[in-house]
Design a binder for this molecule. Sequence first.
Ligand code: NAP
Length: 527
Amino acid sequence: MNLLCVPIAVEAPDMVGLALERASLAASRGANLVEWRADALAEDPQALGAMRRLVRESPLPSIVTIRMAAEGGLYDGDDADRVSLLEALGTSGDAPRYLDFEWAAYSRSANLAQKVDLVVEHPNQVRAVETRLILSLHDLEGRPRDLLQKIAAIAHEPACAIVKIAWRSRSIRDNLEMFDLLAERPKPMAAMGLGPFGLMSRVLSPKFGGFMSYAALEADLATAEGQPTIEEMLGTYRYRDVGPATEVFGIVGWPVGHSKSPAFHNAAFAERGRDAVMVPMPVAPGWEPFKASLAAMLDDRRLSFRGAAVTIPHKEHLVRFVEERGGTIEPLAARIGAANTLAVGRDGSLVAANTDAPAAAEAMAIGFGIEPSTLDDGSFRGRRVAVIGAGGAAAAIAAGLAMHGATVVVANRTKERAETLAERLRGASDGAWRVSAASLDSLACGCFHGFVNATPVGMEGGPEPDGSPLPDEVSLDDSIVVFDTVYTPARTPLLAEAASRGAKVVGGMEMFTQQAMRQQAVFAAEA
Ligand code: NAP
């Protein structure tokens, strides 16, 4: 079984009680191991007594680590001192189950290595010792140089029971190399990516036979960048259900940290009994990073990559990518020129679909007081709706409204983009869709029945979290529907302002839920 370890930093002897309480909480939340991070504690004169108590009273098997600064820890004292402390702990009668020590320090000094060897289990150990040595390598900058040689050297050490390797991932492609390393491990091994690109290596560790992953008790107690919480690991990502046959889906975008897609889709997979997990796959803006990242995921024979929810700013890239690979673009996605759903068949075939357009139409229908299930070609006839934004979401929303008969006006910060979009949608529908472009200033004409925000303005973590995309001069009343596609937060500045002026408001969660349910149907069709 792949273990889940919760690291707990202990800075001073008077923190031992609190640390033990945290460990009990970690155990009750489902952790298998606790790592006592004694980096700061190690320099205290009372350190040995405190560490003995931590190990003795721990509700879970312990790893003891005094991590040096060069590898992401706080310890900047003398190596000989920390090894003496570990040696004293190991021979004290309160020896931990595991000791984590950096290979860099271990291999630098035969004397230090000998002392560490005294307290861990290995073929030449003469005492009865139960402590196993985790020899670790952390690179806070990027992939370590001579990585393969280093791993071979670590694994070659007779005292090494578990190889642990962590490096700052520069893109999601780094994870694939970690999975290869795990799959071909010479000894039990843990491999993880540091930073946001590395989250999938932590979640998918059990798929590739990893020894363990780390998770923080709470977000603010994380000991490494990108470390998820235990609740995210066991709840959102269903870590216990991840195994060799698990299919992998991504939420692809930039940023994806706030996305609700993993929570939605992982719950849906569980409900459907599908052995699958959706993990964040942040991909930097631009066609090249998108193309390279998706190609790597698809071409990796071990990953079982079966699809993705694709979001800002890659929806147009998805259409191009699937086109270039000879896949199928569903007709609506082809018309819109943007897709938010990628399904990968068992034979590697690709399907791109757009579930935003029908979902936006349903959300707007709720605002107009129309039952969504009754929507037909003419449901929005006679209604003028302004869509603010001209990106992938705006294209889908404008199409979704126009295909049910609305007159749509696209207004965007960069006006030419709005013009291009309007022209493209008219062309794609052979003139059937009434879509035109206008400047943001002209939205105050008083002639709209609805406004839609299809920009990230107002989004938490976005470019203007406190802003509203609607020009101040636009007057609102209870005959007007304001629909904000942003769903984090649920109550955006635009919605708060519109509601205070009496308009009917529709939040982004309506659309999100509808488009995600439709994505599940696309994933299921290619299962
Ligand atoms: P996109 O393709 O990158 O387009 C972004 C659009 O927003 C562009 O028109 C851009 O204008 C405009 N924009 C960006 N920053 C702006 C700013 N500071 N002020 C004014 N305009 C700005 O992104 P997208 O995929 O269309 O997504 C847009 C939004 O829709 C996102 O916030 C996303 O969360 C939301 N969305 C929600 C759902 C849902 O289910 N609720 C689904 C899809 C999308 P320029 O052309 O001038 O750059």
